[in-house]
Design a protein around this ligand. Structure first.
Ligand code: C2E
Ligand code: MG
Ligand code: MG
Ligand code: MG
Length: 279
């Protein structure tokens, strides 16, 4: 079709594709070397438990320092998934996150994001078990975050892996809840420990009563199904007050803390411990 619109259009179209393709190829080539070059690091974002009034969980978030800039996972995780590189990268994340979490107070869990592609590896459960053993981390202190897309196929082997992980004591969270096609039906396919309400519902919480109704319903659903709930993307005091009033279990967002370095997180947890001892 582009060709029939004239030669110049055709050329313009091709050049655009070239730039995009080139960018992708450079990310792909860079990704292949990133692990051996130590270009990955994890940032840690604490989640505040509202009943506990302390950090109950910390989400590990991957960063890639490539050619002088930091690339966001939204940009490179899809490429890592397409190329299969996500398996090795995901394994590194698991090991790193478990090791770091082992030095935190016992009441603080670590949350690791898993790609659906990682579930196609036969040894995922073994990888998780090894990461926990290497770090000497209690399995009950690990949460694995999966997205609804994992359950789209709902294959037997995926469900078996999830059940095996849960049998080890690992918790399973549904991430970005509400953004998929049939979120509700997925809650029936597996007994999740936690529902993380997607940030998009928080964004217009104050201005849109329908978002409030949805959040209220999801929190109620979690309560009746015995799943805890986390509100993602809490940025303002108003949002916090609202989700607190609705009975959400945990909040995560820039209001409490953005993702921070392992060292900064350690300081925060130590401060919290000292405060708890003093009171
Ligand atoms: P996610 O798992 O939903 O992680 C939460 C994202 O929301 C993070 O973005 C975090 O920085 C951001 N965020 C937290 N609080 C706020 C807030 O108050 N406002 C706003 N605007 N944003 C907030 P990040 O770190 O860029 O990660 C994006 C996504 O990349 C993650 O979404 C997750 O799906 C994926 N990801 C990150 N690390 C990994 C990883 O190790 N493995 C895999 N497979 N995916 C990962
Ligand atoms: Mg997540
Ligand atoms: Mg999320
Ligand atoms: Mg998200």
């Amino acid at each position: 079709r582009a060709k029939s619109e004239g030669r110049s259009t055709y050329h313009f179209f091709e050049t655009g594709m070239d730039a995009e393709l080139q960018q992708r190829r450079s990310i792909e080539a860079g990704l292949r070397l990133a692990l051996s070059r130590n270009e990955f690091r994890l940032m840690y974002q604490p989640l505040l438990g509202l009943a506990e009034n302390r950090v109950t969980c910390v989400e590990a978030l991957l960063r890639w320092d490539f050619e002088g800039r930091t690339i966001s996972p939204a940009e490179f995780v899809p490429v890592a998934e397409d190329t299969g590189l996500i398996s090795a990268i995901g394994q590194w994340v698991l090991n790193q996150a478990c090791m770091t979490a082992a030095s935190w107070p016992n009441g603080v869990r670590v949350a690791v994001n898993l790609s659906p592609v990682q579930f196609r590896q036969r040894d995922l459960v073994t990888q998780v078990r090894r990461a926990l053993a290497n770090a000497r981390l209690d399995p009950r202190r690990l949460e694995l975050e999966i997205t609804e897309s994992l359950l789209l196929g709902e294959s037997e082997s995926t469900l078996k892996a999830l059940h095996d992980l849960r049998a080890m004591g690992v918790r399973i969270s549904m991430d970005d809840f509400g953004t998929g096609y049939s979120s509700l039906s997925y809650l029936r396919s597996f007994p999740f420990d936690k529902i993380k309400i997607d940030r998009s519902f928080l964004r217009d919480l104050i201005s849109r009563p329908d978002s409030q109704a949805i959040i209220r319903a999801v929190i109620g659903l979690g309560q009746s199904l015995g799943m805890s709930t986390t509100a993602e993307g809490v940025e303002t005091e108003d949002q916090l007050a609202l989700v607190r009033a609705q009975g959400v279990s945990e909040v995560q967002g820039f209001l409490f803390s953005p993702p921070i370095s392992a060292a900064a997180l350690n300081d925060m947890l130590q401060c919290e411990e000292a405060l708890a001892e003093a009171s």
